[in-house]
Ligand binder design. Structure first.
Ligand SMILES: NC(=O)c1ccc[n+]([C@@H]2O[C@H](COP(=O)([O-])OP(=O)(O)OC[C@H]3O[C@@H](n4cnc5c(N)ncnc54)[C@H](OP(=O)(O)O)[C@@H]3O)[C@@H](O)[C@H]2O)c1
Length: 289
């Protein structure tokens, strides 16, 4: 591993093992501005043009193909280790089959970080929350039976009805927790965030994509920080009409007046192809002109 530290102004609240702190610098979160919901961060890898997926290329549309970096893999585990729960959009789950075809379980691969999470931080098994309005999720995917993670599904009333018969048929009603927040097929993200904090004790939530889910969170001012791996390649436009390659920032649209800014908290790099940004949400800035 060849992670290099360029700049780090993080809070220092976690008891990192010494050799990790020497490499990474301090790590911590600030006191949340809104204590009614979790502190929400996101982690994506993107190319120089901001794109996050070779989406139309089956089997090569995942973040790992954009990343191609063991340092990025380690940082993903590092972030998973420090958060109470992870959040992932249903399309990412549906679209990223992994080589065996049953998807990823979003578990921590690095053994040292897994032990650190469990024993030093006492955060227990990783909770991975899948967000789906439709309830159109195949619960035979790996995430729903992996011993490494505790899967939850956050949905709305119609989605829950769609899921119920599948869960019953496969006998998973007890093992997969489902939360319904909202009418029809739309989840009220602000209400869901409050429920997670107030009813389920989740203080920190890591959004791992995809861009649509991230964009919704940003639109509702529910993003506190972004971890962004910049992979120094250009993905460009889709090779198939009708399937767009999304940018990491999803479907948001701003003007110079409303565009949210982020402040740099840390910058790491791995020569020669990767830079790792940690950015804190500030919101729109005002200028004289
Ligand atoms: N580069 C990276 O780091 C990275 C990371 C993650 C994903 N990706 C890529 O991104 C692509 C997938 O991203 P995506 O933007 O298409 O999808 P996505 O954000 O993963 O999932 C979108 C889905 O989430 C659910 N959802 C989001 N907001 C909702 C709301 N407010 N209420 C109810 N449901 C909501 C809906 O599920 P239902 O359709 O079930 O209602 C929606 O269709 C894939 O190509 C993946 O490989 C890249």
């Amino acid at each position: 591993m060849d992670l290099q530290l360029c700049y780090n102004a993080s809070e220092d609240t976690f008891p990192l093992p010494r050799h990790i702190k020497e490499r990474y610098g301090p790590f911590g979160f600030p006191a949340p501005a809104d204590a009614r919901r979790p502190y929400i961060t996101s982690n994506f890898v993107m190319g120089l043009d901001g794109r996050a997926s070779f989406r139309e290329l089956k089997g090569r549309n995942d973040g790992k193909t954009v990343s191609r970096s063991k340092e990025d893999g380690w940082l993903m585990d590092f972030l998973r280790a420090h958060h109470d729960a992870q959040l992932v959009g249903a399309s990412t789950l549906r679209e990223e089959p992994n080589p065996e075809g049953w998807g990823w379980d979003y578990g921590i691969d690095d053994e040292e970080l897994r032990t650190y999470r469990q024993d030093t931080l006492g955060l227990g098994r990783q909770k991975v929350l899948v967000l789906s309005g439709s309830g159109n999720i195949d619960v035979r995917l790996r995430i729903f039976s992996s011993p490494r993670v505790e899967p939850w599904i956050i949905t709305a009333r119609e989605g829950q009805e769609n899921l119920r018969s599948q869960l019953k048929r496969l006998g998973c009603e007890e093992t997969i927790k489902t939360l319904s927040v909202g009418e029809g097929t739309r989840v009220d993200l602000a209400a869901a965030a409050q429920l997670l904090r107030q009813e389920h004790g989740i203080r920190t939530l890591l959004c791992e994509g995809g861009p649509t889910l991230y964009g919704e969170l940003l639109k509702h001012q529910l993003i506190d920080e972004d971890f962004r791996t910049m992979s120094l390649q250009v993905l460009g436009e889709s090779t198939k009409p009708g399937i767009d390659r999304p940018t990491a920032y999803g479907r948001v649209s701003y003007t110079p007046k409303t565009a949210p800014w982020f402040r740099m908290i840390s910058l790491h790099y791995a020569l020669p192809h990767h830079a790792f940004f940690r950015l804190r949400y500030e919101g729109p800035r005002t200028f004289q002109d």
